[in-house]
Design a protein around this ligand. Sequence first.
Ligand code: UD1
Ligand code: CA
Length: 448
Amino acid sequence: MDTAVIILAAGKGTRMNSTRPKVLHEVGNFPLIAHCIKTAQAIDPKKTLIVLGHGQSEIKKALGNITNSIDFVLQEEQLGTGHAVSVATKELADFDGNLIVLYGDTPFVSAETMAKMENECKQADLVVLGFHPQDPTGYGRLVTKDKELLRIVEHNDANDQELAITLCNSGVMAGNAQLIKTLLKELDNNNNNNEIYLTDCIELAKAEGLMSTYLTCDPTEALGINSLEELGYAEKKFQEKARNVALKDGVNLVAPETVFFSLDTVLGQDTVIEPNVIFGPNVTIGTGCKVKAFSYLEGCKISNDCNIGPFARIRPGVDLSDGVKIGNFVEIKNAKVAEHSKINHLSYIGDAEIGENTNIGAGTITCNYDGFNKHKTIIGEDVFIGSNTMLIAPVNIGNNAMTGSGSVITKDVPAQDLAIARSEQSNKRGGAKKLKALLSRKKNREAK
Ligand code: UD1
Ligand code: CA
């Protein structure tokens, strides 16, 4: 059966006390809404609809390149979660499959749970995902009788007896799309928040003789984020999980609690990550690599058996082939480095291509920017760039060429050539002795 997913993200997020739309706050370097989209896409839905309101243009802009096969729906006034879903179901006129509703501020629902929800729709008319949070304050409570879900009471509307219930609503609800659509029409805002609650569908369904049930999940999966404090807690939980996944996948984290991941970090088996390494967005590393302590990586693709760091900064657009070495205090961006080349010390390599088996000496800089435009440095294979070479781009260094240490290279260097571009040295015989005597006399005069 086909499934559609609706993600609710129109709310203001007042409790965040921030000008940024709530779902654009980030966990694992990706906005909350991107986590939800990933969850939705895991079950390959026929349709994914995102309900936007507050900050809609900002959200669309932020999602820029991940909105393929997603449709946005505008909820002009945020009248409640039930209203938000009813606005979106207008886009599901003829859709007769299952509908799963996700809340944009509940980012960790797993693909397995989504599949279980889908499956449970065969047994019941409506299925809600429940959980037992550490602190149920603020969450809706599930009123149940055995496996049947009778109704959901929002925290603000609950009496003492209902507040004592520890089984809470995660916000994830599933059921036949047309059925939900019909129920939504009957909702009102007769409650303490004057909102149209999606959760009221359960009681309405019961009154019509339909059967609702619930599944439960780990509290971390159902974590709802309403404040910066909860966002911080979510980040902590996300990192814990990412570390465990990496360890299970055979990635050797020497001090797991000091390594920070992004939602999309991919690390290969037998890669070792030393302490205090941070992965920004879009990092892929192959097998058998070593990332040494205090390195920061983002937007890069690193093949197998590479050595990075310590203290390396790998910036977006970097593509390293097998066996490449990037050493301490090296910054590299938008650069392709072929097999077994080395940039081992104190260098800046930007907008460059480097062939295989090339050695870039300590302190080398690709001078890629003239204040207006960026220019490219192309270095061939088996090249030896002497220490402290300034490569003024655009410039090409041919295969097997060499540059002398301290050279400022402004012209292309043909293959096999040695380029030396520095002022010539002259030694003054006894000059050091004479100079010292002169300086010492001067200092003594001044001291008198
Ligand atoms: C909601 C549930 C509560 C559940 C909790 C789980 C309702 C009535 N309550 O409460 O039972 O325990 O989530 O985290 O559903 N939104 C819209 N349009 C609106 C209102 C909200 O798109 O008009 C979106 C928000 O942007 C948010 C989501 O719906 O992403 C949930 O809304 P929120 O106000 O955070 O609901 P809670 O009070 O947390
Ligand atoms: Ca919420």
